[in-house]
Design a protein around this ligand. Structure first.
Ligand SMILES: [Zn+2]
Ligand SMILES: [Zn+2]
Length: 363
């Protein structure tokens, strides 16, 4: 390890100790492997997946064992380099000590066919640390802590004009951009986004940046109003049949691209009904219960169904569009808590207290 003078050997971290159980603990500061760097975490956002991991919804998978530190949507500064990074002038220039960076959760093995073709979020060696795979905050130690290690290739320089809190939105922004890319949203397209949560609202913004003629947002309440304020045509599923309404608003055709970001059983089925003949249906929300699919419509209308696994190769353009103002993330950060107040932050996020959209922690 190079640099790191003044880095204490232990640190405060939010540690999961069992399903539904967590506490602040003093733990050893992680040591970067050859291709990793050690970062001081300045801001880390709660992801929609985090409360499910805290609850213990993925036993034996996320996390494999307890105790474990989660958290994967973070930004901070580099404080020490692994031996391999320090000995590479290019790597040290990009993520050297003092660099302001934002992290990606997925680090592929780098050698399987999927990684070699750029699809590292569907690495064939997923979860195999000995093969070089890391999924920070899921299968490898995450960022709900004062320090975190990350592979140099999982880090991106934060443009000077962006704050650490905005940097912590990179994961969410990159996932939204991946959905827009998978849907091949193009100039003049009509896009439906289902679910005005953080990913949905960023999907709306990236679709507009990609040239969509109009974006319809399906949702309810204050979140739907917020999406409408940002330029979406609102479709309130509490007061109208959303499929009928989308058909009305598209001259009976349906949308060129539908991007499902809610993951509920009803929304997933409705998404198919809203897609035009020859259209694309992007599945970005992860359903937790079985979904009914009108299979014949997909066959006869030649609908492309496209899954989204996280944010491969989207961080650089996602950050650039935030930095140049085409996409805005600041207004989505509704709450900031110190890491010590994780319990309060978590319930604020889960219960959507006081209009909570994105809740950020400062270790
Ligand atoms: Zn996330
Ligand atoms: Zn791989």
């Amino acid at each position: 390890m190079s640099g790191g003078s003044g880095v204490p050997t232990t640190m405060q971290a939010l540690v999961l100790t069992g399903p539904g159980e967590f506490e602040m603990r003093e733990v050893p500061t992680p040591v970067p492997a050859d291709d990793e760097v050690l970062c001081r975490v300045r801001s880390v956002a709660i992801c929609g997946t985090d409360p499910k991991i805290v609850k213990g919804a993925f036993p034996g998978v996320w996390p494999k064992t307890y105790p474990f530190i989660i958290g994967h949507e973070w930004a901070g500064d580099v404080v020490a380099l692994g031996v391999g990074v320090a000995s590479s002038p290019k790597a040290a220039e990009r993520v050297g000590v003092g660099a302001r960076v934002a992290g990606e959760a997925h680090c592929g093995c780098g050698t399987c066919a999927n990684c070699l073709s750029g699809h590292y979020t569907i690495c064939r060696n997923y979860g195999d640390a000995s093969a070089g795979h890391r999924h920070y905050g899921f299968t490898s130690q995450g960022a709900y802590a004062k320090y975190v290690v990350a592979s140099a290739k999982s880090l991106h320089r934060l443009p000077d004009e962006l704050s650490f809190d905005e940097g912590a939105m990179l994961d969410t922004a990159g996932v939204a951009l991946q959905g827009v890319r998978r849907g091949r949203v193009g100039v003049g397209d009509t896009v439906v986004v289902i679910g005005p949560g953080p990913v949905g609202m960023l999907t709306q913004q990236y679709s507009t940046a990609a040239g969509a003629e109009k974006v319809l947002m399906v949702g309810r309440g204050t979140r739907l109003r917020q999406a409408a304020d940002m330029g979406a045509v609102p479709v309130d599923y509490e007061s109208v049949d959303p499929v009928q309404r989308v058909l009305e608003l598209t001259g009976g055709r349906g949308a060129d691209v539908v991007i499902e970001c809610a993951g509920t059983r009803t929304a997933c089925t409705q998404a198919v009904g809203m897609t035009a003949k020859g259209g694309r249906l992007v599945m970005n929300g992860i359903p937790t219960e079985p979904v009914e699919i009108p299979w014949a419509k997909i066959v006869l209308d030649e609908i492309d169904m496209l899954g989204v696994r996280a944010n491969p190769n989207t961080s650089v353009p996602a950050l650039a569009l935030i930095a140049n103002g085409a996409v805005e993330v600041r207004s989505m950060i509704t709450h900031i808590f110190p890491l010590e107040e994780f319990a309060g932050a978590l319930s604020t996020f889960v219960e959507r207290r006081d209009g909570a959209l994105k809740v950020v922690l400062h270790p």
